[in-house]
Design a protein around this ligand. Structure first.
Ligand code: MG
Length: 341
């Protein structure tokens, strides 16, 4: 039996604008790409390591280097690749995701089919994606809104001492739906309620992670007082009890790099919907390769925030589009429909 050849490489994604959230500021993001090749077919995967969870490119590389291609010998379905990788107990989530993604890409390509079709989606066109405006001076944030005129929805990062000024200035130049990401910026229920009421008055559609993930009990109180839907991002990695989460949030944000598996993510999305939770698909700073996996999941989601690849200036892949209506759209090519530039 022939085995997969496994290759990987480091890559630095360059950001068009220095990207600032309430925790940090960056101009470049290191990612890793992996390829699984067999029978003349290559499957692509991407890992975007998250410093919050102590992930580094070196740790990702160690996982890739230690991967024994024989584990795929008896793998023939998405469920089987999920099980085979679960058995390895890979603790670097983005690395586990990248390997699974590469196998899924290879598997769909080996059948000459786009994965969205094999998974039963009727169309490769998903919801409109929001475009993220990072923290900057008020003037620059307004400028970025104007520059991003082709996007129908904005996501504005907050957590500064002049959040009101930012939102008022942005609202004065656009009527489009605005989502806000506080990235755990508000520390008490009182402060959060005050901010949420202000944002409700500014016609904000959704607020992501108002308070620190360590303050879940406060989130439960906050949800009962909130006048705008609240989404769990830092509060949701992938294994949390969804029923419990629904007491503190209206929406969960699934990010593939955190949940570590696209196959699992689809199941979690269905379970969340069954509990009345809405689902947003988010991303890290990543190329259009990994974002194509997010876009696939986004075909079943309520909200999509998949702009990671448009925030960078050196995307090495092509095949994922944001169409004229601002919807994220996969190609009709086999696998994830992504190829190297
Ligand atoms: Mg977020």
């Amino acid at each position: 039996m022939s085995h997969f050849k496994i290759r990987w490489n480091h890559f630095a994604l360059k950001l068009k604008h220095t990207f600032t959230i309430s925790r940090s500021s960056r101009t470049e993001v290191p990612v890793m790409f992996i390829e699984l090749e067999k029978d003349g077919i290559i499957g692509f995967g991407e890992a975007s390591p998250n410093a919050r969870y102590d992930e580094t490119p070196e740790k990702v590389e160690a996982v890739f280097a230690g991967l024994n291609p024989e584990i795929f010998d008896s793998v023939n379905t998405p469920e089987e690749v999920e099980q085979a990788l679960d058995a390895l107990n890979i603790d670097v989530h983005c690395a586990r995701f990248a390997i699974e993604m590469a196998w899924l890409d290879w598997w769909a390509k080996s059948q000459g089919q786009p994965l969205w079709k094999l998974w039963g989606a009727e169309t490769p066109v998903g919801p409109v994606t929001s475009f993220t405006i990072g923290i900057d001076t008020v003037e620059n944030m307004v400028l970025k809104i104007k520059e991003a005129d082709q996007y129908p929805v904005y996501k504005v990062k907050l957590g500064t001492d002049h959040d009101h000024e930012i939102i008022k200035a942005i609202r004065s130049v656009t009527d489009k739906p605005i989502r806000v990401d506080a990235n755990e910026g508000w520390k008490t229920v009182e402060q959060a309620v005050e901010e949420i009421d202000f944002l409700n008055g500014m016609d904000i559609e959704l607020i992501e992670q108002p308070m620190p993930s360590s303050q879940f009990n406060d989130m439960v109180v906050l949800k009962s007082k909130a006048t705008v839907p609240l989404a769990a991002d830092e509060s949701f990695i992938g294994d949390e009890d969804l029923e419990e989460l629904s007491e503190g949030f209206h929406v969960i944000n699934i990010k593939l790099m955190k949940i570590a598996s696209l196959v699992k993510a689809k199941r979690v999305l269905d379970n969340a919907h069954a509990l009345g939770l809405k689902v947003m698909i988010g991303c890290m700073i990543e190329s259009s390769l990994a974002n194509a996996a997010g876009a696939l999941l986004g075909l079943w989601a309520d909200y999509v925030d998949l702009d990671g690849h448009v925030l960078i200036s050196n995307d090495p892949f092509t095949g994922l589009t944001i169409n004229g209506k601002g919807q994220i759209e996969l190609s009709h090519e086999p696998g994830f429909g992504i190829s190297k530039r």
